[in-house]
Design a protein around this ligand. Structure first.
Ligand code: ZN
Length: 396
């Protein structure tokens, strides 16, 4: 048994400011509370948080890779490399996210991710399930994806896709595409979270998709329809639907580059900490030095000292290289969100959005013993604990 103590505990819904302890054994949290309530069993190994903040490990529901590897590379080794990088940065569970590619390559990536899912090594973050991002997108909202590969699945590909529902946690798609409504219905019936994104849908189309099972919206403001005029009238798009519809949760890339502070404030005020998740949307260059990296066929450049990747012509971002730890710091120190809400948006809320809140995302009895000890000033992790084991080295 280990006892993590001497820090302020954020569960994150409850704060135990002092004299708190988290007890972990066999990879699971066995108790949380004040030392007076819970007690520290004799023989327990004490992990001293040194006056830091003790919180759950971060849950990133939209991340492509890191440490030089991408979840779409098609090998279990690549998924594991990314999982190691994420764990060292404080992200203890994640949805490995694939990008637009020919279906044959996507299935290969799915198989590789599925192979890693039930077989985590101690130094790796938990791969909770696959997030398929592309190619079921609108041609008008391609973002950094390969436009020539955007399409809906044919009957055979559709069957294959549904056959992955055991390991598929989430699919991002444009609900206005042909056949999308039936697909939303079939995926949600199998427990897969369907989120709208890379979409040019009108408000009414988003609402119709909600009837079919759409529950979440992918990276607010990035690659989605906004209010537009058709003739004399203004029509809302996916963004406005995401902000005002209570039946939709949402996520934002809070790396400090993709969205200005004002937009992050709008998202936070409109959705609140229970319906808005922070995501990194990071790619393989996260955790690496400057250089050129492959991003689903395009070249992403990371310059010396840069906090984001750009295209070769420097005209667009080519993926985030951030981490959940940096996103939390950004929304606290720059956007002005309270630490408790920022932590919620990085732990409990994303876990609930993808339906794994009984496994991860909180410091509560019976959940995975995934914990962080944050520095109280920088808010970056000083120690990462995954499955009750202390990781060597932290690189947020
Ligand atoms: Zn993405």
């Amino acid at each position: 048994m280990r006892a993590v103590l001497n820090g302020a505990i954020y569960t994150p819904t409850r704060i135990i400011p002092r004299e708190g302890v988290v007890l972990v054994e066999d990879g699971v949290i066995v108790d949380v509370g004040t030392v007076d309530q819970v007690g520290v069993p004799e023989g327990a190994e004490r992990v001293d948080a040194g006056g830091g903040i003790i919180c759950p490990g971060y849950v990133d529901i939209h991340v492509h890779g890191g440490g030089g590897a991408d979840a779409a590379d098609g090998t279990p080794e690549a998924v594991r490399m990314a999982a190691c990088r994420l764990a060292r940065a404080g992200t203890t569970s994640f949805l490995p996210t694939t990008a637009t590619a020919p279906f044959a390559e996507i299935w290969e990536a799915f198989d590789a991710i599925a192979a890693v899912m039930g077989d985590r090594r101690p130094e790796e973050a938990r791969a909770l399930g696959i997030h398929m991002e592309g190619p079921l997108f609108s041609l008008q909202q391609v973002g950094a994806h390969n436009a020539s590969l955007l399409r809906m699945p044919d009957a055979e590909e559709r069957e294959r896709l549904l056959s992955y529902s055991g390991s598929l946690a989430r699919v991002t798609l444009a609900p206005e595409r042909e056949g999308a409504m039936d697909l939303i219905r079939d995926l949600s019936a199998r427990g897969v979270l369907v989120s709208g994104g890379h979409s040019d849908a009108l408000y009414a189309e988003v609402c119709a998709a909600m009837e079919a099972g759409l529950r979440h919206i992918t990276h607010l403001w990035s690659s989605m329809s906004l209010m537009r005029r058709i003739g004399p009238k203004r029509h809302s798009g996916m963004l406005e639907a995401a902000l005002v519809e209570d039946g939709l949760t949402a996520e934002m890339i809070a790396d400090g580059y993709h969205l200005p502070t004002s937009l992050m404030k709008i998202a936070y005020r409109m959705k609140g900490p229970e319906k808005l998740a922070l995501v990194s949307d990071a790619m393989r260059a996260s955790g690496m030095g400057p250089g050129e990296y492959d991003l689903a066929g395009i070249v992403a450049v990371v310059e010396e000292g840069a906090g984001v990747a750009v295209t070769r012509d420097r005209k667009a971002f080519a993926g985030s290289i951030s981490t959940m730890a940096r996103c939390v710091r950004e929304v606290v120190q720059v956007v002005g969100v309270s630490l408790v809400d920022a932590l919620r948006m990085a732990t409990e809320t994303p876990a609930r959005i993808v339906g794994v809140e009984d496994r991860v995302g909180r410091l509560a009895r019976g959940l995975a013993a995934d914990l962080l000890i944050l520095d109280p000033l920088t808010l970056l992790p000083r120690q990462v604990i995954v499955g009750g084991e202390l990781l060597d080295g932290v690189a947020p």
